[in-house]
Design a protein around this ligand. Structure first.
Ligand code: PNS
Length: 172
């Protein structure tokens, strides 16, 4: 290990990017971000603009919601991004990408992305984290489906997200 790695200047801060669509942010995401915040000095939640999909929430809504959820967490920042993830990571001085792994079924897609990102940027490491068991079955897609069909999502998403869902579907 070089002496530089022991510097305590801001340049030596450990910065991670946690990318995703977050449509919407779930308690599984929140759990991973909390775990990441214990390992890194800063964790930047990078919200994909998704030009090719039709998201339930606009990118502005997704960014705003995540900022509300993490308003008391100084280590957590939230930004929108498009283009290549590794370019976003570089611009923000991040050397790690955090991704959650819920089940073996996530592995193939995650493995492909991690290896592609490593090929594009060998200096950026992907770090996989497992959420608490209680969140292993939660996905944004299922939350959208359940809520759209009239089911309850209490406990699966942060309160700020539930409030936005109620407003969007006029279920006050
Ligand atoms: O939560 P998601 O929707 O599975 O997140 C996917 C995401 C945002 C991580 C991925 O689509 C991504 O990184 N997109 C940015 C474009 C990019 O860099 N593609 C090459 C990476 S393999």
């Amino acid at each position: 290990m070089t002496a530089e790695r022991h510097q305590t200047s801001p340049a030596s801060q450990r910065v991670a990017v946690y990318p995703g669509s977050f449509d919407p942010l779930t308690n599984g995401h929140v759990d991973i971000i909390a775990r990441g915040a214990r390992l890194f000095d800063r964790i930047i939640v990078a919200v994909l603009v998704n030009l090719d999909k039709r998201p339930l929430f606009s990118v502005e809504e997704r960014v705003e919601t995540a900022r509300e959820v993490f308003r008391d967490e100084p280590k957590v920042e939230v930004e929108a991004f498009d283009g290549l993830l590794i370019d976003f990571a570089r611009r923000h001085g991040a050397t790690s990408i955090v991704r959650g792994l819920r089940a073996v079924s996530d592995f193939e897609y995650e493995f492909q992305m991690a290896l592609m990102n490593r090929r594009l940027a060998p200096d950026i490491e992907t770090v996989f984290m497992m959420p608490a068991e209680a969140y292993t079955y939660i996905s944004s897609r299922l939350v959208r489906e359940v809520y759209t069909l009239g089911g309850a999502v209490q406990g699966l998403v942060p309160e700020e997200v539930e409030a936005r869902l109620r407003r969007k579907f006029a279920r006050e």
